[in-house]
Design a protein around this ligand. Structure first.
Ligand SMILES: O=C1NC[C@H](CO)[C@@H](O)[C@@H]1O
Length: 431
């Protein structure tokens, strides 16, 4: 135990702070509070933040300073990755095989959290992934069910991938190892600050996974019940380890709930799920054709506006805050080139912000946003824009072209837009 303690893997002391400690983000009816004030999220997706904490600290500090300067107060980051043969997954992984965790990479999260705390930022940390780009649930099944980890970028068969990946929820050995990872991670002591994670207010929320889905579009009532139970049980397990931090699911909303509003409500009614999440992807969901924007923009805007508003209405009914923790749009003409304009992206971001910030200002239960995703100083390394091990990491994980949705440090118009709306949200904290 001493060696584990020395490695900062387990904490010797229980969570230092009590739940009454106001420095932790908490929920009060349908709002977040922090340090006794309302708290709003002007956030970024920064999935690779801990990787920079391990492998490129000078770049990490620069990215955090740039993000702080544009009003960002929250980062949504990947906790762990699983080693896999799947081509479009990030390498190296924090988990090389069940129970074998890379301490050097885990210490990357220590450094990230220490530097975020110095900038008064908070972190939403997801502990698994429904998608393949960090190994994720399908890799757990490869370990414990012996099923092949089928990279949907290769098979092009997402329906099969989603149905098979959802078997993760009922595979006992996979669940046991997932809980080992949760316990190891939440029980960790930060090797930079000496603080136990469970007692560190820099963390806002533990998230079950990135975009967990009940299965594919035709998921059965039984699969939906399994999904609801997995969320409730896993959220309760996390609560049992850590009474200080919020718990969230990482759901996309209806798009991640087989378009079943009752399922979304049941899944998020769980006692230990503290707030709701949703994601908005007009291009991924086929609402907009980036090469035919004139013909498809109005339909995409109408669907997006409905999606944005209906989930805030769900949050009102369920009585919990909601965060739009992912949204994105590609560059003009579906280009990946950093020199391509971002006219359509900026127009889309403005529409999103007008709904999110506008309804937050009216006191509705929308607590803010995280745009997807910060690319910062990262640059695509290959003419085909695909990622290879050793290349810069950026907002687009390895399963997507490097430059698809990333907001780079040279995208001045988008950064200015984010800053403007971040300021409006921060103004609400002073009321
Ligand atoms: O969580 C996610 N949501 C959408 C992103 C962009 O397609 C994707 O990269 C990621 O898996």
């Amino acid at each position: 135990a001493a060696s584990l303690l020395m490695m900062g893997v387990v904490s010797a002391t229980p969570a230092a702070a009590s739940a009454a400690d106001k420095s932790f983000v908490a929920v009060k009816k349908t709002q977040f509070t922090r340090n006794g004030n309302p708290y709003y999220i002007a956030g970024a997706n920064f999935w690779y933040g801990a990787y920079l904490g391990a492998n490129d600290r000078p770049r990490l500090l620069k990215e955090l300073d740039t993000l702080k300067a544009m009003g960002i107060n929250n980062l949504r980051v990947l906790a762990v990755s699983e080693k896999t043969d799947m081509k479009s997954a990030v390498r190296p992984a924090t988990t090389n095989e069940p129970g074998k965790y890379d301490e050097r990479l885990l210490a990357g999260m220590d450094y990230l959290l220490a530097e975020m705390a110095r900038r008064d930022m908070t972190a939403v940390i997801y502990l698994n992934n429904f998608w393949q780009w960090s190994g994720g649930m399908t890799q757990y099944l490869n370990w414990f069910a012996g099923t092949p980890a089928l990279d949907p970028n290769v098979t092009k068969d997402y329906e099969t991938y989603m149905r098979e990946t959802a078997r993760f929820y009922t595979n006992e050995k996979a669940q046991a190892e997932y809980r080992n990872v949760i316990r190891t991670f939440i029980g960790r002591k930060n090797t930079v600050t000496g603080k136990p994670y469970a007692g560190d207010p820099v963390i806002m929320s533990w998230q079950l996974a990135n975009e967990p889905r009940p299965g594919n579009a035709s998921s059965t009532p039984q699969e939906k019940d399994i999904y609801v139970k997995w969320i409730a049980d896993t959220a309760a397990y996390i609560r049992g380890l850590d009474k200080n931090h919020l718990v969230s699911t990482g759901s996309e909303g209806l798009a991640g709930s087989s378009q079943d509003a009752d399922l979304f409500a049941r899944a998020h009614a769980a006692r230990d799920v503290d707030y709701l999440t949703y994601h908005l992807w007009p291009k991924n969901w086929g609402w907009i054709d980036s090469k035919r924007v004139d013909a498809t923009w109005s339909g995409a805007l109408e669907k997006s506006s409905h999606y944005l508003n209906v989930h805030i209405d769900y949050a009102k009914k369920i009585g919990k805050p909601i965060v739009l923790e992912e949204f994105g749009m590609d560059r003009d003409g579906a280009s990946f080139d950093i020199k391509a304009p971002t006219t359509v992206r900026d127009r889309f971001y403005k529409e999103v912000f007008d709904v999110v910030v506008g309804r937050a200002e009216k006191g509705d239960p929308i607590a803010g946003f995280n745009f997807w995703a910060w690319g910062g100083a990262g640059r695509a390394a290959n003419p085909d824009y695909w990622w290879k091990e050793g290349n810069d990491l950026m907002g687009d994980p390895p399963q997507e072209e490097q430059g698809l949705y990333s907001v780079f440090d040279t995208d001045k118009s988008t950064i200015a837009l984010i800053r403007k709306y971040a300021d409006r949200l921060q103004a609400l904290e002073r009321k």
